[in-house]
Design a protein around this ligand. Structure first.
Ligand code: GLU
Length: 281
């Protein structure tokens, strides 16, 4: 059964970029006689607000979108993510880390190592052998341990949309590439006990999503989700990355940069037909 999803974070009002993403995903499911699921990605407790969550339901409803009943709210699922951390810990695939950003920056500049493509740092491994608790610290994946266990395996995912540079079709990478690109990335933060990467991987599997349709700003994070799917014995869905909707000046729409909300557009009388035509749908 074809299953797609929309997974907004309630950190502000939805704008045209969200409407585009939600409509694409919803209409894909309708066309394939599949299911469309909703997930509220609210693990960032300081930025996510219940009022924005309520507006998401209203805006989607107004856009003519309906969803299956098993809506997942990530804030209800911290225990589930912790169980998966325990599973990875029992295998020895993760470790606790208490380095701050500036500790990492200093260690890297001492070693003259660069930042990676997600604009984070390739972790120099300072805490790797310290055997720090995963329950009281940030948690990192241990790619060397995974390589020792599985060898330098090749993983892949099928892209039926496009990455930012036109990437499409089968995307393959091995663990050496992953290690060079991302290093031992964080899969759980000390304060929230999960990360976007872990939560999205677990929840797509839980919601039995077969086709992940989302903005192409997440294309380059997909290998991280694919390795987590492999380690947690989940099936890798098909990915359909779509271009981001830009404003008049060619910048990505962002709540933080004051992009006009769907709510204000509908309050000022814009109808769905007009929204669809702006979006080229
Ligand atoms: N929650 C993310 C966002 O609002 C989307 C995550 C995803 O689609 O994988 O940007």
């Amino acid at each position: 059964m074809f299953v797609s999803r929309f997974a907004p974070s309630p950190t502000g009002l939805l704008h045209l970029g969200h409407a585009y993403s939600a409509l694409l995903s919803y209409e894909m499911a309708v066309k394939r006689k599949g299911l469309f699921k909703l997930r509220i990605e609210n693990i960032d407790f300081t930025r996510c607000k219940k009022v924005y969550e309520d507006r998401i339901y209203e805006d989607l409803y107004w856009l003519g979108i309906s969803w299956e009943e098993d809506v997942i709210k990530q804030s209800d699922r911290i225990q589930v993510y912790e169980n998966y951390l325990k599973f990875l810990n029992d295998k020895g695939f993760i470790y606790g880390c208490r380095c701050s950003r500036s500790d990492i920056k200093n260690a890297l500049s001492a070693l003259s190592l660069p930042e990676n493509s997600l604009n984070t740092f390739i972790y120099p491994g300072t805490c790797k052998e310290k055997k720090l608790s995963i329950w009281r610290n940030n948690v990192r994946i241990d790619i060397d341990k995974i390589k020792n266990y599985f060898g330098n395996i090749v993983l892949s995912f099928k892209e039926t949309g496009f990455g930012p540079n036109g990437e499409t079709g089968l995307q393959s990478f091995d663990l050496n590439w992953l290690q060079k690109k991302f290093g031992d990335f964080v899969i759980a933060r000390k304060d929230i006990r999960t990360s976007y990467h872990l939560a999205v991987t677990v929840d797509d599997a839980q919601q039995k999503v077969t086709h992940v349709s989302r903005g192409n700003d997440l294309f380059y994070a997909t290998p991280i989700h694919v390795i987590l799917q492999y380690l947690l014995n989940f099936k890798t869905p098909v990915y359909i990355h779509h271009p981001l909707i830009k404003d008049k000046n060619g910048n990505k729409l962002a709540k933080s940069k004051g992009a006009e909300s769907i709510l204000s557009m509908r309050n000022s009388g814009t109808n769905i037909k007009e929204i669809r035509s702006i979006l080229g749908l």
